[in-house]
Design a protein around this ligand. Sequence first.
Ligand code: NCD
Ligand code: ZN
Ligand code: ZN
Ligand code: ZN
Length: 403
Amino acid sequence: MSLLIKNGKIYQNGTLTSKNIFVKDSKITKVTSQELKSNEVIDAKNKIIIPGLIDGHVHFREPGMTHKEDFLTGSMAAAAGGITTILDMPNTNPPTTNMQRLEEKRKLAKKSIVNYGFHFGSTNDNIAEIEKVTNVASVKVYMDYTTGDLKLDDYNALKKIFSSNKTITVHGENENILKALELIRHGRSHVHFCHVSSKEELHYAKGKKIKNPVSVEVCPHHLFLTAKDLNELGNFGEMKPGLKTKDDQKALWEGIHNGKVDTIATDHAPHTKEEKMQMNYPFGVPGCETMLPLLLNSLNQKKITLKKIIQLCCENPAKIFKIKNKGFIKEGFDADLAIVDLSLEREINNDELFTKCKWSPFDGWKLKGWPVATIVNGNVTFSNGKINNVAAKEVLYNERKSS
Ligand code: NCD
Ligand code: ZN
Ligand code: ZN
Ligand code: ZN
């Protein structure tokens, strides 16, 4: 099977150039000005081809909460949003906190149409499992209460986890970021802060250099909404950490421009409309289908550059989680690509979403700049609004430098 994507502008080595991309057996084999023969041809005239997005933070809800989402519907949403790889969080039911449950989740994920990887959960007493587990993106530590029941409170357990040699991904709000930094300093690992939401949190995470690598993730809902939007959104605008002030939002955008923010991920956290309308509503909003259109619209408004979008959504997540052969348009890399049309104007509409929950806090937003096709392992998985159901693969990771 071969595929030629011709006449498009591709973003490579920091510039946009007109090149053809030739794909064979799920890999990018040539990026060239020549026109090579191929079984299948896509004409990408007037379009831009970027590396498929890597969403380092999603909740696809399997096992146990498939009324909210599953690996098929979640991955359809991802493909429609130009995302070709997702990393799934462990707060499922049961949570992914031992090897057997990880193997079960691996089986469930086989129906995903975008590539996938897993964050492994931590508990007060699963350090032995953490030391054993292989081929995961990170070990997730919940330092605050959120969906699921994984909050860690045993200080000795935290100490052990933070001194393991795995990348540690943290849900830590406010001062818990400082606590995590203090814990990581005693080990050699990389600490990754999920969904940093305020000026203060960003300052805590990146205000003082430590010898360990520290990375910061922000989410579209914190970049495009503030607490003011709660008047209109009600519970549909409630997530952890919650929406903040205009000033906080500005600090996150500044962080994007000055390099303090390393990546943007969706924290795609679907719950049903019925659940969100209850008094005791769960926290979280979906985001896979809307992240790239929101960012492309911002590109059209000159609020962000294409280079930044690609760094934060493609290259850096591959680097942070050491994902093999992804995040770049390079010969020999996996053929995971998004084709975008910067002049396409469309409205986000709840009824047209692929996520099982069928709602978005951005319903009704009119955006300019949309993904029009998504290619996963060389297969055209999404094109002009339609999904093509081809199963994808689990990602592999590059060796960590041994310590
Ligand atoms: C997430 C969920 O629903 O799983 N909710 C949220 O509000 N972000 C959990 C989390 O990421 O903290
Ligand atoms: Zn969280
Ligand atoms: Zn100390
Ligand atoms: Zn989350």
